[in-house]
Structures are given as structure tokens and as C-alpha cells.
Design a protein around this ligand. Sequence first.
Ligand code: CDP
Ligand code: MG
Length: 667
Amino acid sequence: MNGHNDRPSQKRFKFSQNGDDHYNKIREERHNLPIYPARGRLISEVQRHSSVVIIGETGSGKTTQIPQFLFEAGINRNSIIAITQPRRVAAITISQRVAQEKRTDLGDLVGYCVRFDDTTSERTKIKYMTDGMLLREAISDPLMKRYSVVILDEAHERTIHTDVLFGVVKQAQHERKKLAMKPLKIIVMSATMDVDHFSQYFNKAPVLYLEGRQFPIRVLYCKEEQSDYLFAALVTLFQIHREAPAQEDVLIFLTGQEEIESMVKSIRDIGQNVPGNTPNLLVCPLYAALPAPQQLKVFQTTPKGCRKVIVATNIAETSITISGVRFVIDTGMVKAKIYNSHGGLDIMKVVHLSQAQAQQRCGRAGRESPGTCYRLYTEQQYEAFKKNTVPEIQRCNLASVVLQLLAMGIHDVVNFDFMDKPSTEAILSAIEQLKLLGALETDADLKLTSLGKLMALFPLDPKLSRVILAAKDHHCLEEILSIVSLLSVDSILYTPQSKREKALAVREKFMSSEGDHITLLNIYRAYKGVNGNKAWCMENFINMRNMQTAFDVRKQLREICMKHSLPLESCGQDTASVRRCLTTGYFMSSAELQKEGEYVSLSTRKTVSIHPSSALFHCKPAYVLYNELVQTTKCYMRDLCVVDADWLYQAAPVYFSKRKPGMHTHA
Ligand code: CDP
Ligand code: MG
């Protein structure tokens, strides 16, 4: 025994003392997690049943530990354990943590796979991935053959992808059993208690409750309704800051990136001028689009004499746990997708939370000791919140889901085994849209056309895939790939609050009277012209990291195009053909200028306005397309493009013959 085995253990002594300390600390942390004592029970339940539901407070160790337990117990039988996450940030940061715990490099035993970024290798057995990615894989492998365990994490979030996955995974499990193949274990993990539904759906799966560690939390409501929750959040924060000892960290929930960035700036500005002896403030933004190194900052221990303030979207509600938080400031708002079934388009809108979400946010304050949650709304308002969040699948456009199901060979989409069925109307409207986009045969059978099959190959919204495929006819695939890539990443425009005017002025030169898509193309071309130069990015207020991500995305989309022999042509300066291409995908979101100077949407006949950030804000073209509607004080169109009435009509004659815009008189 000796000889051989001695050497590795001697080698281990050569690890630096610090490295071992660090590892020991991590191991101790692991053993202290509430989940640790449940290890044996958990493994035996999973061994005995094909599906198991697990409930445990956020931070109890579900996401990081359970895959390791199953792996260590050999339940995966040498194939892969998939753990799905609704958010890419969570998939990335958690896999990094688990790789560290397992003392391996990321991409070895532990890896992650998110859209346009796959770090896994053939050695990877614990694979964190977005729910969207697993769904995409199921198109080419509906039986999910490479997995022995699928863990559907954050199931309570009920994202559209998770909900579809429920059905797809359940079916795969069933089929594999029927075909006497290697069994597929399904584990559903949730941070909230309402799990009967999950258990029923997965053939009465046993439910495992993990001992939570939750300290009492004092909940304080506002006495009256607040008209400006951002201001209220600032006031509350500085009240806490003046009174509470250092080291007691604060978590503020806001709705989105722009809001967060401006709040971070205000806090830093005010923080410098707080009179008296207050701790230093360490302000950390946290939102999905934030670059990873900055995201990791929130996990670092707060330095002595300091107070950490985390300003986050609902990403911090359940999927990410941050230690040290004693105070939660809950604005009661969240940005959510709302489906507008007449327009066939999702709208991003800031809405009130559900009571379940408010409870979750509250819970973040009591992870390590008693805490306080300030609700910036009244108790009456809280009572009026919906009890539970409506699952996304019942409020989003289903075109992409229906296309994916059809591509998987699931034809009876109307009767698909959804845990909570979307309305038949919404499914039919998705089918209608896919027909208009040319993805489906127009007869009653739901059959994908050859165009539809190609559309399903791209990890994109069907409208964008349609645009890519149209580029062949307009000889501008190079340009379209650039634009689609830029639209698929977070904004490449970097507009700091303090230098807003300057940023807008310096970027004026890229502005195109043809609209935002061509403006993006101009920026892309200029960037490429200087070979991705950092100084140039600084000078022009361009976010270089997002730009590079767009390059990666473009490369991958380009590969798919090449694989399917789409001609990579450039239209040079003939950008009208680019706009014609865009029309083939976006004709359903077009608007027409009215005499009074306002626009109406051609699909809904509702009044819509050009967003002030658009290149077209000061122009009034007769017809525009838009990629997105944002409802704030008005209903704003974002990412606009000037089009001809004729193009709209040619893109979808049937659609427009019913809608009768003024366009016929223009022709
Ligand atoms: O999934 P669940 O919310 O039950 O917990 P988890 O995500 O597995 O987190 C368990 C613990 O690991 C938490 O207390 C986190 O503080 C810690 N963790 C960490 O330190 N760094 C990460 N990147 C992720 C988790
Ligand atoms: Mg988790």
C-alpha cells in the first residue's frame, strides 16, 4: 500500500499553507451549512425514488451541495448531473464556487454552460446550466441521454423555460423507462413552501424539507404610500447608516440596471458627505448584466469598520446568497415581462411584487442573525399584492416555446403536459405568429417548414432567426449578424450619469437617420476599424466588454450560418437592404405616424412613442419598426428602424390586408 500512495500525500504537503487554510475554511463552511446533516437522508431518498422535491431556505446549500452529494454517492453512475438555473449569473458564479470546493479547475469536473458560453469538457460531471440551454439541448436529444440526474433549481421562480422543462424532462423520464434505458432522476428544488403542486405533477414525488436556519425579522411598513420609491430608499438607507453599527450590511432591491447604477452613484455621493462618525460605505451593484468580476465583489467579506450596501435586482431574492446582510430595503417593485396578446409582443414593465416575493426578500435579512426589513409600501398595499407570482408561461409570448416544442417533435402543443397551462388563446396566437413568420405550414397541421426548422437552430427569438435567414435574399448576412449580435448582448453604449451630455455628443457621429440598428452597425464598423481599441472605447463611451461579448456571439452565430451554407455576403453601404431584412422579422411590431405627430402601433392601434434614447427621437419617419416596448409614463418603442410601407406589406401581405394601415395610399 505504502509506496505509491505515499507520494501523492507527500506532494500534498507542498501546497502552500494559505491554499490549505483557504480550502479548510471552505470545507468548514460546507460542513456548517444547514443541508449537511440531511446528506444521508437526501441521498437515500434520491436512490429510492425517480423524482424528489426538495425545499430549503435560500442559503441552506441546495444549489452548491446537493450535486456534490449525489456525485460523491455515485448516483450519477458516471454520467452528467445537470443543474438548471433561471439566470446565467447564478450558473456562472455557483459553478465557480463549486469548482473551488471540489478543488478543480472550472471546466474539469465542474463546469457551466450558458447561451454563447460553454466551459464544460468531456470530464465534466457536474454541469450548471441555464434552463434555456437544457431546453435547447433537448431539441437534438429529447431523451436527455447524456444526463442521469436533472436538478431543476429555483423551481419556485417558474420562469418560462423552467416550466417547459418540467414537461420535457418528465416526458424524457417516462420514455426512458418505457424503453428500458438508464433511468433519469428528476430533482425539483424550491425555496418556497407551496410545493404540493410540484409533487403532484411529478407523480406524487416525495417532498424533503430541509431544516432552515432563519432568524426573526422585524418588518416595518411605511405609514403612507410613497410616490418616489428611489428617494424613499435613499432616506431609509441613510437612516440605517447613521444608527446601525458598521459591519451590518444593507441589501436594497430595485428593478433594473439603470436604476441601480444611478442609485449607486447617489449613495456614493451622499456617503462622502455624511456628517459625524459613520462607517465607510462599500456600495456594490448587482444585476444580471454586470461583468462577473464586479459581481463577485458582493461576496467578499466587508472590511472592518465598513458597511456594505448591495443594490440589486431580484437576482438577490433567491438565487444568490450574500452573507452579512442585516437590513433589507424592499421597494416592492420588480421588472417583469407582460404579454400583450393583441400585439403579440412582450412588454417589460415595472410592477408590484407578489406577497410570496416580498416574503423572500424579507428573508434575506435573517440568514445569520435577527434582521430588519423596511418595506417602502404600506401594509394595505401589501395586502393588495397578489399572493403568488403568476408563472411566466401564463404571461409571455409563446412563439419561441412553441417553435422549440415542435422542433423536439412534440406536435400536440395545445395539449402539452404543462404544470400550469397557458391559455389556449396564447398558444394559438403563438402558432399564428409562427405561421406569419413562415416557420409553419399554413394548413391546420402543425408542421415546421424548412425555414422553421432552420429558425429553430438559432438560440434566438424566432423573429431574430427569421431576420438572419432573410439576409440570404438581401445579400447582407455580414451586417445582419453584427446587428443581431449587438442586440443579443447588454448595451454596448456606456452612458455614465455624470457624463451623459458628453457621451451623447461624442457618439453623435455614429447616429444614423435610418435608426438605431444602423447606428449600432456604424459603431460596430468603427470599432472593427480600430481593431477593438480600448482607448477608442473610452473616448466614445462604448462598453468594451459587452462589445467583445457581441463579437463572441457573432462568431457562434456565424458558425451556425456556415454550417447550413448561408452565404456570408456584405451589402457595403446599401443599408436599405439591412432594413428590409429586419422587416421580415419585425413587421408585427411596426408603427405609423399620425397627423398629430404621434405613432400608433399597426398591430394594436395603440399610441406609442419614440424612446428619447433612440437615434430617431428627433425625426418623424412615416413608418418604423421597433424591437421592444417599455411602459413607463408612456408606452415607448426602443431600438427603432425606418422602413417603407411597401416593405411591410411585402413581408406579410395577409397580415396587413387585415389591418388596413394608411400605407396603401402611400404606395
Ligand atoms: O441554493 P441555496 O440557496 O440553498 O444555497 P447555496 O447557493 O448552495 O449557497 C450555500 C452557501 O454557499 C451560502 O451561504 C453562500 O454564502 C455560499 N456561497 C458562496 O460563498 N459563494 C458563492 N459564489 C455561492 C455560494
Ligand atoms: Mg440555490
